[in-house]
Write a protein that binds this ligand. Structure first.
Ligand code: PMP
Length: 405
């Protein structure tokens, strides 16, 4: 049984008031709150268990190193990656994609080569590839979405050429919530000899991934959208690529030996982890993964889907409200507009009622252009939200609409 009150009690942030009103937090696609086991783990690290990893031969350094490397194994098992050394800790999704764009780009992308992205990417899975293409004089090709928000995968085969070096695609859109058929897309790309990077920022928290089943070549995600601390994320990559790719940043920990004129590099995964890693955040990530596994990923999924169904049902009663991205399956993200209402005006009024939503271009300007709008309003639910919060919010939204029109 899914014990919502027990779960809510694990998240201190949910029990605060903003502007004197009880907080309703519907901006979980931007960042999630942290449960007590994560908060306690981070507090313990900050107050007691602090020693630099991989270098100190003293008790605290050893404990931190053990915890860091145990976390790597937790992430490996969570993604079902074949090897622990294929898990690189980063500062988040954005830094993981930049690492891949620089390093994969240095090794494999040259003048006239092509990278494929989609029209539905977050700027983080678009701009780094644009910059790579500018640096290398390469070409960025784009897979479009249809009016329902579905990727036009039938058009994918014609985008590949002998010059295609990589396909970069979100597991789930942060705007439309649509979950892409990653396994099929990877199979199509591999049939053309093209590796695939999957941006799991919105997917990892809604169903996760089995990277061996999906067979993707790279998978990236952020801890802070997975109930873990900010400033930690993951780049998974198949060994065959990571071993060939050059280091991204350089400095301590990523070296094997250094002289004044020459450096040899550490083996995986440390080759890609220059400098003191965020070992505190990484340990928090381990605790967050354990927490959601304890609640149960399928229980979380089923409960979240009841929230989405409830929200859609109520939102459809508001005249002039249009939800973008109607193709299934979807995460808990609902982006919409109401005729005659500016999304940011509505978001600001909701905020004053204690309701946190998101508005604007949602870091996906090309998708805004696709849907002929400058911005949207977005609700995104987590498994600590309730139907009562949704009912209260939709009632508030209806009032706001009547005030603004
Ligand atoms: N990709 C997607 C699909 C996202 O939703 C986000 C965050 N909104 C990112 C990338 C970037 O994540 P971060 O800011 O944690 O690096």
């Amino acid at each position: 049984m899914f014990q919502i009150q027990t779960i809510r009690n694990d998240f201190p942030a949910l029990h605060q008031k903003v502007y004197g009103k009880p907080l309703i937090y519907f901006d979980n696609a931007a960042t999630t709150h942290k449960p007590k086991p994560v908060i306690n783990a981070v507090n313990e690290m900050n107050s007691l268990i602090n020693g630099n990893i991989h270098r100190a031969f003293h008790y605290l350094g050893n404990v931190c190193t053990e915890r860091y490397e145990e976390a790597r194994e937790t992430v490996r098992a969570f993604l079902n990656a074949p090897h622990t050394d294929e898990i690189i800790f980063t500062a988040g999704t954005t830094s993981a994609i930049n690492m891949a764009a620089f390093s994969f780009g240095e090794r494999y992308v040259g003048e006239g080569d092509e990278i494929i992205i989609t029209e539905a990417e977050h700027h983080s899975n678009l701009v780094p590839w644009q910059l790579l293409c500018e640096r290398k004089n390469a070409v960025l090709k784009v897979l479009s979405v249809d009016d329902d928000g579905r990727l036009q995968t039938e058009k994918l085969p014609q985008l590949f050429s002998k010059k295609t070096r990589l396909l970069c695609i979100a597991q789930a859109s942060n705007v439309l919530g649509i979950i892409n058929p990653i396994r099929e897309i990877v199979a199509t790309a591999h049939a053309h000899g093209v590796p695939v990077l999957v941006d799991g920022a919105q997917g990892v928290v809604h169903g996760g991934i089995d990277v061996q089943d999906a067979d993707c070549d790279f998978y990236v995600f952020s801890g802070h959208k997975l109930y873990a601390p900010t400033g930690v994320g993951v780049l998974y990559g198949k060994r065959k690529w990571l071993e060939e790719m050059p280091p991204y940043q350089s400095g301590g920990d990523m070296i094997a030996s250094v002289s004044l004129t020459h450096t040899t590099f550490n083996t995986l995964p440390l080759k890609f982890e220059a400098g003191t890693a965020n070992f505190t955040g990484v340990y928090g990530l381990k605790k967050a993964i354990e927490y959601i596994q304890n609640v149960g990923l399928s229980a979380i999924h089923d409960y979240e889907q009841t929230l989405v169904r409830h929200a859609v049902q109520l939102m459809q009663t508001i005249q002039g409200l249009h939800i973008y991205g109607t193709a299934a399956p979807k995460t808990t993200v609902l982006s919409f507009n109401i005729d005659g209402v500016h999304p940011t005006d509505a978001a600001q009024m909701l905020d004053k009622m204690g309701i946190a939503s998101r508005s604007g271009h949602l870091c996906a300007e090309p998708l805004m252009h696709r849907f002929h709008t400058q911005g949207m309003l977005r609700f995104s639910f987590a498994f600590y939200n309730t139907k009562e919060e949704i009912t209260a919010t939709v009632t508030a939204l209806d009032k706001i609409k009547k005030m603004l029109i």
